[in-house]
Design a protein around this ligand. Sequence first.
Ligand code: SF4
Length: 215
Amino acid sequence: LKNDLLGKFYDALFERFGPQGWWPAKTRFEVIVGAILTQNTAWTNVEKAIRNLKGRGALSPEKLRALPAEKLAKLIRPAGYFNVKARRLGHFIDHLHKRHGGSLERLFKTPTAKLRDELLSINGIGPETADSILLYAAKRPVFVVDAYTKRILSRHGLCAPDDDYHAVQALFAGNMKADERAFNEYHALIVRTGKELCRKTKPDCKACPLERYLS
Ligand code: SF4
């Protein structure tokens, strides 16, 4: 990309919105649970589900593993698709137990590329969820792409709306220094921009710090 555009976008968004303090979770395990629960739902719903799990003292790999599937589904009901998501959480916990003796410490000793493949091998974990876990729980310099990222970049002609996940991710990997802190902040800033300004219909370009980069 010409003129360090992604770097300039970042600076403009950071100047407008400041640090976003992501991921809003207390522990690495809470990040993982949140990353699975947030698929196809708003974060406010995830918060309710996580509050339920906390209320039951179930927010650890062992406790969650001990919970019967129906109970788990009931607790995470506010996050939607609760039966599917209960199964997905179950797949992750089983994997952690079988491969790493239930230890996140051990899981996170795996080098990044291998860890990514391992996460993707778990039923129900796709690229966005795997990369969210890598970036926000394992603190690896991996860029998380989501629908907002594609929308913003494609509106500025930097990618096509239907480019696949890896093509968009490669733009960041190829044009920015791999920096965990910056990637953490950048994804959060993109989500904020997508929600508040770069909406699906009627984007508010006039109010947006990226307006000057529209051609
Ligand atoms: S709101 Fe407009 S200026 Fe802002 S990111 Fe979206 S398309 Fe670009």
